[in-house]
Design a protein around this ligand. Sequence first.
Ligand SMILES: *Cc1c(COP(=O)(O)O)cnc(C)c1O
Length: 360
Amino acid sequence: MASVINFSPGPAALPREVMQQAQNEFLDWRGTGMSVMEVSHRSAEFIELAAQSEADLRELMAIPDNYRVLFLQGGATLQFCAVPLNLASPEQTADYVITGSWGKKAKSEGERFVQINVAADAADSSYTTVPDPQSWQLSEGATYLHLTPNETIGGVEMHEIPNVSDAPVVADMSSTLLSRPVDVSRFGVIYAGAQKNVGQAGLTLVIVRDDLLGHASQQTPGITNYKVMADKDSMWNTPPTYAWYMASLVFRWLKEQGGLQVISDRNDVKAAKLYAAIDGSGFYSNPVDVRYRSRMNIPFTLQDAALDAVFLQESKEAGLVNLKGHRSVGGMRASIYNAIPEQGVDALTAFMANFENRHG
Ligand SMILES: *Cc1c(COP(=O)(O)O)cnc(C)c1O
C-alpha cells in the first residue's frame, strides 16, 4: 500500500518530513558513519542532541526556568506510580478526578503508594463529560490533584484547567501534549508517553517544578526518582536514545510549522470539520458533552452497529486506517494528532458522507 492516513490512537502517525529525515540519516548520523541508535549516550554528539531537544521543547512550550524536563522510559503507566512515589508519602492524601479509563488506571496504580480521594468521577455519565469543577470534593491539604486533561479512549478533553485547588496539579497529558500551548506554570508535574504527539513509543516526558524534587519516598527506585534523573540530565542509566532522537526531530518540525499556536489553530479546524460531519449527518453520532469534546481523539458510532465491520473494511480500502474504536467503547475513533493534515480529515469526512449515502 503506497500511502495511508493513519488514525491510530497510539503509537500514532508521525509527520512525513520527520520520517524522511530519519530515513535519510539512518545509517550515517551527522557524519559519524553510525546510526544514532549505535552511538553512546555519553558521546558529544548525543549530549548535544539531548541539550538541543530540551532547548527546543522549552522554547515550544515556554517552559519556565524553575521546571525540569526529564526524558524517561516506562510510559505514562509508570508515571501512575512515579507520581505518588515522588510527591507523597503513603499516609498522605492526593485528589484524583476521573474522567475516563486512563484516570481510572492512574488511580488504581497510584493507590498502592498514596491515599487517594476521588474528588470527582464521571462514571455515571459513562465518561462522556467532566463533572463541574465546583462540585469536586477536594480534600483538605491534598499533596496533589491528578487530572487527565485528554482522555484518549472516551474522547473527553478539559479545554481549561480548573483553578480550584491549592495543591500542585499533576496532569497526564499523553494525548494532548504539544497539541496546543499550555501555561506550564499552572502545573506541578506534566507527564506524557511519547507515542501520540511527541514521537515514538519508548520515551516518556516529565516536566516537573523544581520544588517538587527531592521528596521521594525512601523505597522509590532510582529510575522513577525525579531528583536522581534530574541531577543526571536523564542519563542516570541509558536513556531511550532512538526515541529521544525521534522526539528531537518532531520538536524541530513543530518549530518549522510555526509553533504550538499555529498547530493548535490547525487542530481546531480539523476537529471542527470532523464534528460537523458527525453532527450534521443523522447517521453518525458522538456521545461526548459538546463542552468537553476532544480535539485529538474523536469517537463516533454508526446508526447501525451491524455496519461497523463494513465501515472498517471499506475505509481501509480507501486508505483510511486504524479507525476501530477502543474495545471498551465500540464504534469508531479517529485520532487526529498533529501529524494528521487537514486533507486527511477531509478525506475521512468525504468517505463518511459517501458511506452514509450508500448505507444510510
Ligand atoms: C496512551 C495513554 C496512556 C498509556 O501510555 P503508555 O505509554 O502506554 O504507558 C496513559 N494515559 C493516557 C492519557 C494515554 O493516552
